[in-house]
Ligand binder design. Structure first.
Ligand code: AMP
Ligand code: FE
Ligand code: FE
Ligand code: ZN
Length: 299
């Protein structure tokens, strides 16, 4: 049994619909997947339904952008209750800032003599959590850039002239938000950010797990993070971080982690739920009284 716990759809910056994603997951031989769109869980009900039909176990999740000091980190929240009030409110705020940021980035491009309209980006994004990849796609579509890479290199990378910051929550705030929504907090792709120096602080803030397996982690990085996870008694997760057909061949299927890691994640979620006094009915694995019955097909 194999799982991929880091996937995106067109509800954020992926290109797959939930149904296409699940079809690809089936083709890749996955038995469990988590949807981790940036700053939204809108894709979860459809993905859960497609997984139910395909007999794949589904884990509702979300990827948050947070910061610890000056360092940007990504945090994955697994088994989040989509109906949680504070979570919904915060996601709404992150989405509003992302939309405002598209206006800022297009205004910066305009000032550089590139007449790209924010509406062109919004039409391409067609979602509540637009981001730089949508600006990049618009720049390519309107023939201002020859490729997505060129768009990032010339304009969109941090420090380039059209870059604009996102609303970032503190790592402590993000972990607390995830926990109060019944979720498990995992540090995403630590090898991609300068995360090592802040990992002890993120652990102290209540981190539950480390994403040791990731497409962009080398074998030695993976080993390093597995060791770190063991030393600090953290859960281990992993996933492809597939964004669909954005950059050539889709990444889904390239990282497949043993199902035992999903079991440990689920055990932790159930244990946390029990500690928090949620009563579980027989066979009901949802710790969320409010979410029960609404997350159809969510195992
Ligand atoms: P944002 O959340 O709007 O800051 O955009 C970050 C997203 O942009 C990441 O999740 C990736 O999907 C994508 N991304 C970051 N760097 C690049 C790059 N150099 N080329 C293509 N996509 C990128
Ligand atoms: Fe992304
Ligand atoms: Fe990320
Ligand atoms: Zn991601």
């Amino acid at each position: 049994m194999l799982a991929d716990l880091h996937l995106h759809t067109f509800f954020s910056d992926g290109t797959y619909s939930p149904e296409e994603l699940v079809e690809q997951a089936k083709r890749a031989g996955l038995q469990a997947i988590a949807l981790t769109d940036h700053d939204t869980m809108e894709g979860c009900p459809r993905t859960a339904e497609a997984c139910r039909k395909a007999k794949i176990e589904f884990i509702p999740a979300c990827e948050f952008t947070a910061e610890m000091g000056e360092i940007e980190i990504h945090l994955l929240g697994y088994y989040l209750d989509m109906e949680n009030g504070r979570l919904r409110e915060q996601l709404g705020k992150f989405q509003a800032v992302r939309q405002q940021r598209i206006e800022t980035m297009t205004a910066r491009l305009n000032a550089l003599g590139i007449p790209l309209h924010a509406d062109t980006v919004f039409a391409i994004a067609n979602c509540r959590a637009p981001g730089r990849p949508h600006v990049a796609r618009a720049l390519v579509q309107e023939e201002f850039c020859g490729s997505l890479d060129e768009a990032f290199e010339r304009f969109l990378k941090k420090g380039k002239p059209a870059w604009a910051p996102k609303l970032k929550i503190s790592a402590l705030g993000a972990i607390e938000l995830i926990h109060q929504a019944g979720g498990i907090a995992v540090l995403a792709h630590p090898g991609l950010s300068r995360a090592d120096e802040v990992i002890p602080d993120v652990i102290a803030a209540g981190l539950d797990g480390l994403e040791c397996f990731h497409t962009k982690h080398s074998t030695s990085m993976t080993e390093h993070y597995l060791e770190l996870a063991e030393k600090n008694r953290l859960l281990v997760t992993g996933g492809s971080d597939c964004h669909g057909r954005n950059h050539g061949k889709p990444l889904i299927g390239t990282i497949k982690i043993p199902y035992q890691y999903v079991e440990h994640l689920k055990d932790r979620m159930l244990q946390r739920a029990a500690e928090n006094g949620f009563l579980l009915a027989d066979g009901d694995h949802s710790p969320h009284p409010m979410g029960r019955g609404q997350g159809e097909g969510i195992v």
